[in-house]
Design a protein around this ligand. Sequence first.
Ligand code: B12
Ligand code: SF4
Ligand code: SF4
Length: 353
Amino acid sequence: MVNLPPDSTQLTGSVVRELAAECGFDLAGVAAAGPAPDFGRYRAWVDAGMAGEMRYLTDHRADLRADPAELLPGLQSVISVGMLYSGPEPCSVDMTEPERAWVSRYAWGDDYHDLMRGRLKKLAHKLCEIRECEWRACVDTAPLLERSLARQAGLGWIGKNTCLIREGVGSWFFLGELLTTAVLQPDLPPPDRCGTCTRCIDACPTAALTPYQLDARLCISYFTIELRGMIPENLREGMGANIFGCDICQDVCPWNRKAVQTREAAFAPRDFAPDLEKLGAISEAEFQGMFRSSPVTRAKYAGFLRNVAVAMGNSGLDQFREPLRRMAEYPNAVVAEHARWALSRLSGLEQAL
Ligand code: B12
Ligand code: SF4
Ligand code: SF4
């Protein structure tokens, strides 16, 4: 139970952090309500076409991001929370087994959306015991600029890789928000600690990053999770073994060298580097079973097989010719085309030797 100071007209960040920790959040801070200061950046990004085909970023609800009060009338404060998800496992950039695929860290365990939403509701109930208020819990899917809000709430700075990074913690954490009509004392954004570093920009295999901006149309994470159709042919090579998401621009970030690890059992890895041959042969039912309650199902079965085909092509291993020939006969045209590309890539790699 939180002890309140006697004249607590405005609840302080430390009270909020205490409540959030009781609900299982690793990070928490408060941003004051008001128009989103970074909305112009968002609008310019969308107008430049950098959202690709992510309609939920460009549709009629896009402009709601200009002010979080659009989502809760009478909004006074936004509690931004973070949950760590990384464990002691190796980084994608250190993987050396070409017969294996790579699933990005955030998708190793259970999906975070329901878990965080449940905890945010718990936080709301605790807050309501202290202050009568209206509230709304958001995780990822609401039209909110979550990283901007988290920065304003003091959770970290936005790095040149566009991720929110916290000094002494790293960037392997999810974000969520509790919008509330309660008046809470806002926190301050921390300084940008990227300095002259450009590791993330230099390491991105598809040149998707310029400082503080990501062009989703070039990003492996976008291709493997969000894009439903053909992956641009000239960028498939850069995808390497990544079959769902991409961690490279965070793997190389010096602030993740000593990243704080999660204690959350739900995020423990199932199989972060699964066997490509096994993946290429799974049925749709097996796919659903293998990735039940995991974020990986977002790729959909056909998208997943498409990604597996590309990774097989990039492996340089002859053993994948046979499974790829079978995938080239697959009724889904996208999967079949990527399998044919992968076969020709394997031949090209062989000739280059
Ligand atoms: C669309 C989306 C994607 C897209 C586009 C990513 C992008 N960089 O825009 C794709 C599919 C590529 C993607 C990938 C990933 N995503 Co994503 N994604 C989102 C989503 C749904 C919307 C992001 C968005 O609005 N992008 C548009 C751009 C313009 O906005 P932005 O990146 O937030 O940048 C704003 C601010 O950061 C600010 N800003 C930017 N630069 C600067 C610089 C300064 C100096 C200042 C002051 C402000 C500022 O202005 C921008 C506009 O408001 C959010 C959830 C949400 N609702 O916010 C999750 C989210 C950003 N993703 C998340 C994660 C975990 C990932 C991946 C790590 C998953 C993976 N392993 O593949 C990668 C990381 C790739 C990367 N380097 O960003 C987390 C990030 C957590 C964190 N610590 O940063 C979020 C917050 C989801 C969550 N609830 O936890 N994602
Ligand atoms: S997630 Fe991967 S492809 Fe996307 S910007 Fe980062 S390193 Fe580049
Ligand atoms: S790799 Fe360097 S430039 Fe990129 S986000 Fe990390 S500290 Fe910033």
